[in-house]
Design a protein around this ligand. Sequence first.
Ligand SMILES: C[S@@+](CC[C@H](N)C(=O)[O-])C[C@H]1O[C@@H](n2cnc3c(N)ncnc32)[C@H](O)[C@@H]1O
Length: 415
Amino acid sequence: MDAETIVSDRVDALDPEHILGRGVAEIEAVQAVVERLLPPPLRSIVDTQFSVSHLLFDEYVLRLAIQVMQDVKLDAAIGTWASAAEAATRAGLDPRASQVPVDWLLRHLAARGAVTSERHDREPRFLLERVLPALAPAAVVETQRAHDAACLPAYTIAETAARDYPAFLRGERSGDEILLAPMRLPLWVAYFSNDNPLYRVNNRIGAAALEAWLPRGANTILELGGGLGSGASAVLEKLTAAGRLGDVKAYRFTELVPAFLRRAERWIKERFADAAPLSFASLDMNRPFVEQGVAPASVSQVYAVNTLHVAHDLAFTLGEIRQALVPGGQLVVSECIRPSVGQTLYPEFVFNLMSTFRAPRLDPDLRPNGGFLTPEQWTRAFSAAGFADVRVMPDIARIREVFPSFYAAAIAGTR
Ligand SMILES: C[S@@+](CC[C@H](N)C(=O)[O-])C[C@H]1O[C@@H](n2cnc3c(N)ncnc32)[C@H](O)[C@@H]1O
């Protein structure tokens, strides 16, 4: 098998031992190509160890998706051609809650050849031509444990979601109840962590981009949706290592969820007490920033990791950000990127349960779907909001030719 094809769409589920064993040599060959396409600060971030975990987790989520299909009898529902909505009705699922996740499940399995799909009156429809394979998700967990146990928090979150998927699709439980119950907080602490290689890639790429594009001088950084603080922590570590903390006059960390904000403040202050002038505040990116203590033209960088894709009205939030920036100031975001239109990505299996993720205000040109956007869609949205010099790092448009599921990138634009 040549390097060009190893990580392209697979027809069947892969044996986890294949990914870990024979596959490693093939993944290394792809890595060698990808590495040439990465700017130097990112080369150590996307290594073979990460890519193997990425493929293992992709396999795990595929197995969970198959299990959910069987649990709610969506497999039987596509015994004859059906659109996603028809399949949901046939399976007796709640039409509102299930619309996006069922469409995602069917397209995800179709992309891997487990389900047949075609366009009918411009709408995709689906058919199960052969029984879905029974593949044990637990086998992948064990392979991951042997390869790199630090990724297991991602598996725990996905397994938690899978367990309650049937209740969610039937409209019996909300995504908030399933994922954001107070007892789940430790799972998120472990997941949104720089100790979790499957998540930290976003924080590290963001930190590398922020540092690379940070001008010398007294910068005032405003972080949005800082969550539990792993993004800020990666930035402060990166700037410390680069000897550039002196270029930060103020770092204002903001977050919407009070419990996240409190925990992040405690944790960051413990670790970076003397690093930079830090402040912590609540900020809802769906509301005018001025009302929340962010004056127009008062910050030189706005930074966010995996936050802007949950803005209810992306154009509004981009407008607020632009207004908060001084002329010449920059917006830098690190995002999970959809490499190409319509492609399904494993984080969506979990986050499709959240209405903030799956159902923002849509715009046919600038926000055609909920969740993740392609590099081209981000670039258009930034430009439409008035940002100049919009750039993407790394260049996903080139990387996706060899590594079609590579999904992390930073996007920046200048006021
Ligand atoms: C995927 S998490 C990323 C968290 C953090 N940036 C990290 O990388 O660890 C998205 C974050 O956005 C926050 N969020 C959701 N809606 C928001 C809003 N309207 N305004 C500000 N933050 C919001 C969530 O509470 C959550 O912490």
